[in-house]
Design a protein around this ligand. Sequence first.
Ligand code: HEM
Length: 559
Amino acid sequence: MIFSSFFDIFEQKSFFFLDSELIKFSSTVVILICSFILYLHHKKTKIERELVAGNILTVDDGSIQRNFPIFGHALSFDFDPVAFFRQLNDFVDHLKQKDPGALYGYHLLGPKPSLFVLSPEGAEAILKSTVHIRKGLFYKLFQDWLGTGLLTSHGKKWKTRRRLLTPAFHKTVLADFVEVMNEKAAKMVDILKEKIKTEKKINMHWPITLCALDIIIQTAMGAESDIQFEENNSYAQAIFDWMELTQIRHKSIWYWPDLIWNLSPIGRRQKKNVTKMHSFTKKIIWERWNHFRELKEELGDDFEATYFAEKCDSRGRMAFLDTLLKSLDRGEIDLEGIREEVDTFMFEGHDTTAAALLWAVQEIGENWEVMKKLHEEVELVFGDSDRPATTGDLDKLTFLEAVMKETLRKFPSVTMFSREFDSDLLVEKGERRFKIPAGAIVTINCYKLHRDETHWKEPEKFDPSRWLDGGSGETRYAYSYFPFSAGPRNCIGQRIRAIISIYFEFFQFANLTNKIILSHLLRNFTWKSTRKTNEIPVLAEIITRPKGGIDIILEEKHA
Ligand code: HEM
């Protein structure tokens, strides 16, 4: 209406008319903008009052973060990702100093309340809830790549997908997984042995990331890949660029509306990343789906028995992509749904593991005593042989397990996860009551909570012995350590462990990958980190990684 009269004015070219219509038009626009600003201001003030009444602490006491009219604290966030993460951790320290018994703090993104958890007790109330399981607004920014797959969906869709996918990594494919992981880790070792012939200092970022990616491509999708030989692999590069741009979008609320984002230069660059990543996974899915259909046509009634014979156990459970293809054949999911889940597993399944391994390599290389103990342990289990590791071998590597647990305590790969509240949550701690209002986004920063001094002695110290017999790790308060999250929306890799442990004491996809890759490294090399861990900037961009990767001086053990 407004726009059509605006164009009419120009067509009629009547200046008298133009004047009066323009005045009408401009006043309408000004009134609309003013009403909107007043509405935002009213909403923001109302929610602020509600948060203070609910015992949620504010960070805007002048010294730490400014609360601007309309925009709230959004304008005080640091743009540099390392500084931004430090800022978030400082908020926790600042508020805990102010009120040691408080469970939650807040800042405002415009009128949107964004809460953060101050203590493990505060995390427990949220993670245990079976009602507040909807992921925070931030996860919408993942949807251009992951769609609404398991990580990002909620409600009925999430429940159906979780049921569909949980049995996907079952015990009968465990042996295949271990075989593949050994093969890929051995490939990485060969590549590194070649590298150290010409380079003294090795950056472990790409060798480890590509090895983890190689493993997930084959174990979850059943596809062969040569990705480890392509250091500048365009798929992996697209993933990293996507993460960086998503992080920028996260901190810049003006980029949140799709229209603005899609028109911006970095939004267009992001589109190219997404197209590249989608075509990579679609190709894998199509190849396997075509094979599935050809075989079905060829074998008729015998198809299921033949296709799944090697993959099925007596309960009829299958490998990841096969499970999805069978569901597709039954009409329980469509091709787009499979693409969403494949992308989710490609994303969650390699980068989380790679980040944890990088930090582990760094800590081992800095702590000579730890390296020595690990060498002794692998030598005891494998001797001088170069045979592949079995699940039995991995079970015996108890110190290595402790090293991985301690690494994930200090550097949980997924540092921050959040929930968006559809209804209020009342949390009680002793005499005190805290109210999280409906509409709030609550972020749990487990990097900070894993270093809570009330639960961990010398939390900044890398001390794997906490996890050995008698150590504090084993007797800890459950919610002081949750690198795989906890409750109904925990990491599916962890949940699988509980189901599979009926057959095997030890099974966990991520843990298995970590232990196999690290044991291969330890059997072949010794190394020294070139930087001190506490001097490495922590880049918490969706996945928490060391900025600049990990540089080590790597030497062959039996050269
Ligand atoms: C060191 C390795 C890993 C860590 C630390 C880790 C951590 C996590 C965390 C903290 C969450 C919850 C995220 C949230 O609430 O937003 C999560 C969810 C998830 N993880 Fe992992 N993960 C790891 C490896 C894996 C692997 C190997 C896979 C698959 C092969 C995987 C698949 C998933 C999926 C699908 C979800 C979403 C579950 C749901 O919402 O129902 N993760 N992971």
